[in-house]
Design a protein around this ligand. Sequence first.
Ligand code: ATP
Length: 582
Amino acid sequence: MLFSEITAKFMEMEKTTKRLELTDILASLFKDAGDDLKNITYLIQGKLAPDYENTEFGISDKIIIKALSNISSLSEEEINKILYKNGDLGTTAYEIGSKIRQRPLFKENLTVKYVYDNLTLLARSSGHESTKTKINIYKNLLMDSSPDDIKYITRIITGKLRLGVANSTILDSLVLAFSDKDYSDAIETAYNFHPDIGYIALLLKNNDIERIKNTGPDPLIPFKVMLAERLKSIKDINEKMNHNSAYEYKYDGLRTELHKKGDVIKIFSRGLEETTMNFPDIQKNFKDSYKFDSIIIDGESVPYNPDTGELYPFQMVSQRRGRKYGITEISKEIPIVMFIFDILYLNGKSLVNLPYPERRKILEDNFNDNDYFKLATRIVSDDENIINKFFEESIENGCEGIVAKNTSDESVYRAGARGWLWIKFKRDYEKELADSMDLVVIGAFNGHGRRTGAYGALLMASYNDENDTFESFTKLGTGFTDELLFSLPEMFSDKIVMKKPARVNTKIVPDVWIYPEIVMEINGAEITVSPAHKCAYNLIEKDSGLALRFPRLVKIRNDKKPEDATTTKEIVELFKMQKKTK
Ligand code: ATP
C-alpha cells in the first residue's frame, strides 16, 4: 500500500469528530491494507508495535527542528517562528517540505512498508551516534515524502498524531471491515488477554474466529487486569453476591502481574508497562523460591518490614518507578512483598475459565508463604459481624479495606473488566461521597489575580467507555500547591490543541483545549444534577448531566491512561450510592 493512501485517510479523519465516521474511515483503510494491515494498526496509534513493547522514537522536537533547518535554507530560529505560528511540528514540516526548492521529486511510490521500516530503524538507533542517524533517517523521509505525508510522519514520530481513535474504536473498525457477525465480546476478551491490536487484526482478517475465541493469557504478554466495582456496605455486597463470596484484604500497593516462561520472568504494571527493571528483587526472589515451567499470577506489591510484618505506604514503592539507577540499593532499603490474589496460567494451561475458588485452591496448593510472596489474607463468610471484624482487622494491618470475591461457578477471571464479580469496600464509602475519582483534563481557563500566568481552573471529564468519549463533569480549581499550579502551563504545553479534540463532549468551552491525556485523582463533596455538564447527559434527568461539586485535586495519576479514568457508568453508580446514604 502507498503511504499516500494512509495520508488521505488521516486527512479525512481530521475533518470529523464523530466516532461512527471515524470508524467507517478506518474500516475502509483496513480493507485496502493488504499485507500492511498489522503495521497500519500500529501507525494509526502513532506506534510501531503494541503498547507493551515500549518502542519509543527517542527524538525530541529540537532534533526535528535541527533536521528541518538542515534541509532547508532556514535557521533554527526561523523554523521556531513558523512552529510558533502553527503550534504544530507536523504542519511546520509540511510547510518546509512544500518550500524546498530544487529538491528532487519525492517518491511517487513511497510505500507504507518503506515508511514503517525507516521509522523502525529510527526508533532502534541508540548509542553514541544515534542523534545523527535519527536526523539522517528523518531527512531522507522528508525528501521522499509529499508535504502531506511528512506532516503525518512527523506527528507520528513526535507522538502527536492525535486522530482521536482509541483502541476500542480501532477494534470496532476491524470488526466492521472483516467480520459480518457480531463477535465483539469475543474480540474484546481476546484483546484484554492479548492487548495487541495487530495480532487481533490478523486473526480477524483471516476470519480465524476460533483462535479469537480461544485467545487467553499468554506468559510474558501482559493482560489487562480485572477490576472491582464498589458498594457502600457489607450488607449490600452480601446481597449483590447472593451470599456467595470470600473477602480478601485490599492491599494498598502497586498492582503486579508476574509472568514466567522457561527462564524468563517479567513483571508488568496495571498499565501494561514492563516494570521488571524496577523490581529486580521480586524477579530474583521468585526465581529462587519457586520452580514453575510457566506461570502468570496477579497481585499487589507492597513495601514492608520483614521483621515486624508492618506494611508501608504505597509512595515508597512508587519511588522506584522509572528509576534506572540505584535499584539494588533501594530494594535493600525497602523490601517488597507481593500479595498474590489470583493465578491465570500454570505450566502450559490457562486457568481463567475456572471459578475463583478453584483458582484460589491452585494457589494454596502451589505456594508456601515466604518473606517475599504471600497469598492474600482472606475469609469465606457471609456473616456481617465476621466480615466487619475482618474489615477492621484489614485497616489495622495497614490495608485500605477489603475486596469481596464472588465464589459462584460463574466467577471466572474477567480481564480488563470492572464487573460485579469483585466488589471493593473502603472506609470512605460510608461517608457522603464515596471514593475519589480519576478524571481527565480536557481544557483549562486562564487565571486572574494571583493566578495570572497560570490556569485558574481545569475542565475535567469522565470517560464514557460505551461510546469512547470524554464527558465534562466538573471545573477543578482547588487542591493545587502554587508550585504545581504554575508548572501546569509547561506540563500542558504540548497537549494544547486549537479546536475541541475528537471524543470530547462538553457544552462548556474552556479558554484552552487540552488533548485528553492527563489523568488526575479528584475528591469532591457531592455529585449533583447539572444542565451545564455532559457526564451521563439525559440519563438521570432530561437535558441535564451530572457534575461534581467542590472538587479538590488529590494527585496527578501518571500511571493511568485517559481510558483508565473513572467511567460515566461508575459516576452514575456513585450518584446512586450517595442518594442512598442521604
Ligand atoms: P483504588 O484507587 O480504589 O485502588 P482503582 O481504580 O485503582 O481503585 P479498583 O479496581 O477500583 O482500582 O480497585 C482494585 C484495586 O485494588 C486493584 O487494582 C488492586 O491493585 C488492588 N487490590 C489490593 N488487594 C486486592 C485484592 N485482594 N484483590 C483485588 N485487588 C486488590
